[in-house]
Design a protein around this ligand. Structure first.
Ligand code: GDP
Ligand code: CA
Length: 317
């Protein structure tokens, strides 16, 4: 079985661990969000790609959900002693090695997709991990208010904890970006396309903003099933509600399904997996989307594998 999955960071990575456990023989291609990418101290940092790579490769910090296990922050502390920030973006010493390798390879002329493949040779995530694009896309947030200042998504998310309302969220560069090699091919060849429980705006939404990707999902032969990141009217973790508010979508499983839309009506979804707390979503979901309710808390690999199995069942594969 061939599976293509769009992926943000923590939510997607955890889901993918369960998916790999549920169908170890499947060929999984992960199309990762790079809109969260940022350059810091001259280094190119790709937080979502690294979260997926470290999590599937067994190197993630289980407690934090991002960055490396057994991490120290000596370099960041030394930078702070020079008065050099930002303090709000955690860059661990082990993690820095990844960014050094990436930056050096990019400077030597390798595309991000080639760099990601090289990094994955070490981590062996058991999936093919592709960036959504080799072109630079960086999500920015236009703050509501008089000055309508635009700041990098990471500054809004990490420094402001998405507490300052966003007037709009813009994947800068997306409209001119091309899907990375293999992305459209993986969607076209897939037996099923999955949207893991990732942020619908700044993870899945950013990937879909790369011209060609949404069309490939919409018009491909494979059924498309999403897993709701919203349970009982709130994100399980993080501030997806602030992102949804910015695009005028209610923070409910039904509203997110309506936002993606039914493939039968020119949208993206055939199936939508919601938590048992949201079983009433079926009535509110758009026509043409089959809604199934299952426990959706990814508490451990067993529970997460059951979620993945339910998503595949819903897809009929
Ligand atoms: P990020 O890039 O690290 O923010 O990660 P993603 O975009 O991949 O996923 C973030 C989303 O995962 C959030 O909106 C959470 O609500 C969702 N999430 C986290 N844990 C769980 C869980 O256990 N179950 C479900 N259904 N969603 C979850
Ligand atoms: Ca992210």
């Amino acid at each position: 079985m061939k599976i293509a999955a769009l992926a943000g960071g923590i939510g997607a990575a955890r889901f993918l661990v369960g998916l790999r456990a549920a169908v170890p023989e499947a060929e999984v291609t992960v199309i990762g969000n790079t809109g969260d990418d940022i350059s810091l101290h001259g280094l190119r940092v790709c937080p979502d790609l690294d979260t997926v790579m470290y999590t599937l490769g067994g190197g993630i910090s289980a407690a934090r959900g991002w960055g490396r296990e057994d991490e120290t922050f000596a370099v960041q502390d030394e930078l702070a002693a020079y008065g050099v920030g930002p303090a709000w973006f955690g860059l661990g010493d082990r993690d820095l090695a990844t960014h050094l390798v990436r930056t050096e390879m990019l400077a030597a002329g390798y595309a991000l997709s080639a760099v990601t493949a090289a990094l994955c040779e070490r981590w062996k995530p058991g999936v093919t991990l592709l960036p959504m694009s080799d072109d630079r896309v960086e999500t920015h947030v236009v703050l509501a208010g008089d000055d309508r200042r635009a700041i990098h998504f990471q500054e809004w998310w990490l420094r402001l904890h998405a507490g300052s309302p966003a007037e709009s969220i813009i994947p800068v560069g997306a409209e001119d970006a091309k899907p990375a090699p293999g992305v459209l091919e993986a969607i076209a060849a897939a037996d099923v396309v999955l949207f893991p429980p990732s942020n619908p705006v700044v993870s899945i939404g950013t990937i879909l903003a790369v011209p060609g990707i949404a069309d490939a999902v919409r018009t491909g032969g494979a059924p498309v099933v999403g897993v709701s990141p919203i349970i009982g009217g709130a994100p399980v973790r993080g501030m997806a509600d602030a992102c949804l508010t910015a695009i005028g979508v209610e923070t409910t499983a039904a509203a997110v399904a309506a936002h993606y839309g039914a493939r039968a009506a020119g949208g993206l979804l055939d199936g939508w997996l919601v938590d048992t707390a949201d079983a009433d979503t079926a009535a509110a979901a758009p026509g043409g989307v089959t809604v199934v309710a299952r426990p959706l808390f990814m508490t451990d690999v067993t529970a997460t594998a059951a979620i993945a199995r339910a998503a595949l069942e819903l897809a009929g594969v």
